[in-house]
Write a protein that binds this ligand. Structure first.
Ligand SMILES: [Fe+2]
Length: 370
């Protein structure tokens, strides 16, 4: 019997005795020939470091000054930066700060080499974002051990990032199974972030909304096609199964600590303001705000796109239905009118010919990932 066993026609379960590759070996593979960038103004220092690292299998890049290092970081995948505290153009501390403030480079570990002793100097280094320090004169064994350990952590971070990328791909494949929803995830992310921005939410919440747009229905992967794509009404039992997608989604994403801000969206996006939703029957402001935002966006998108059972409604018609649902007590009574206002602006003839939804989402994504 294979490691994957079929529980039913549609659901594949993992058996506990299945053989998966050991994490360590996966990480070692991923860590093959890591790239180290040495930033130091002195040729002699760089040569010395290179000689110390000769025994390891590393790809070593060099920069004499920070500006040259930034050019390299822009075009190369760097796994570790070794930087001297004393540099031209800017101090090692300022260099670290710039790297750690840029989302593209913030996960690259930084080893700072210094000849300036003292607690104050070390505190300044930690505050600037350097991950480790080594005092001159450098001891070859210590340099090698420290670098190996930093690269091991980096490989672990890379593998987690990779896992997150896989989850996003999985979420999209769930959406694509339903050929009627098209760019549903992209539109949800775009509408939700617009509403989040109108509410003045911090960047971290906007990022959670962006991810929530893609991941909120990932639990549908565990729902049999016979229920997910059933034409006609679902039986009570089928509804019970369908509703489980919120909890299954949470279970799938829970191991990824970086997705913690998205979890309330995944679990609670089907709650209703009056407490009649699922899975927890939360009411009013008990329902996490981000989940309420995504829900409003989700309903608007469902109403304004064609589905097998209905045509695409106009903006005006969709908002009328949503206002009615808010009056009935299902939706957040403050979010619906605000969302109506935002989408009204986007749907107005004056905004026609402007940037497309995908373009504006791409702009938002770029802005959020800075
Ligand atoms: Fe859902």
């Amino acid at each position: 019997m294979s490691a994957l066993s079929k529980k039913s026609k549609d659901v594949i379960v993992l058996r506990p005795d299945m053989h998966l590759p050991r994490w360590e070996s996966v990480l070692e593979d991923a860590a093959q020939a890591p790239t180290i960038l040495i930033v130091d103004a002195l040729d002699l220092n760089r040569r010395l470091l290179k000689a110390m690292l000769k025994t390891g299998s590393y790809r070593i890049l060099e920069a004499k000054r920070p500006s040259a290092a930034f050019v390299i970081l822009e075009r190369e995948k760097v796994d570790l930066v070794v930087v001297d505290l004393m540099m031209p153009e800017m101090s090692g501390h300022d260099f670290c700060r710039l790297l750690k403030n840029d989302r593209k480079t913030q996960l690259i570990p930084i080893l700072m080499i210094t000849s300036v002793q003292g607690v104050e100097n070390e505190v300044a280094g930690i505050e600037s974002g350097a991950d480790e320090f080594l005092m001159k004169p450098l001891m070859p064994t210590l340099v090698r051990t420290r670098i190996r350990s930093m690269l091991r952590n980096k490989a672990l971070i890379d593998s987690l990032e990779e896992a997150e990328t896989i989850l996003f791909a999985l979420a999209q494949s769930v959406e694509h199974r339903d050929r009627y929803t098209g760019l549903h995830c992209e539109r949800l992310a775009s509408y939700s972030i617009s509403l989040g921005q109108a509410l003045g939410l911090p960047r971290q919440d906007q990022l959670a909304l962006y991810r929530g747009g893609y991941l909120h229905d990932i639990g549908k992967i565990s729902i049999p096609d016979a229920i997910l794509f059933k034409r006609g009404l679902l039986t009570d039992e089928e509804w019970q199964t369908m509703r489980l997608h919120t909890i299954r989604g949470e279970e799938i994403c829970r191991p990824m600590k970086s997705l913690a801000p998205v979890m309330p969206i995944i679990r609670s996006h089907h709650e209703r303001w009056d407490g009649s939703g699922y899975p927890d029957g939360l009411a009013g402001e008990e329902i996490p705000l981000l989940a309420r935002i995504l829900q409003v966006a989700d309903i608007y998108d469902a109403l304004t796109t064609a589905r097998p059972y209905k045509p695409a409604f106009s903006h005006q018609h969709a908002i009328e239905i949503m206002n009615e649902e808010a009056r009935r007590g299902w939706r957040d009574p403050e979010l619906v009118p605000l969302f109506a206002e935002i989408t009204q602006q986007a749907a107005s003839p004056e905004s026609a010919g402007g940037v497309s939804m995908q373009q504006s989402l791409e702009n938002m994504r770029r802005e959020l990932s800075k």
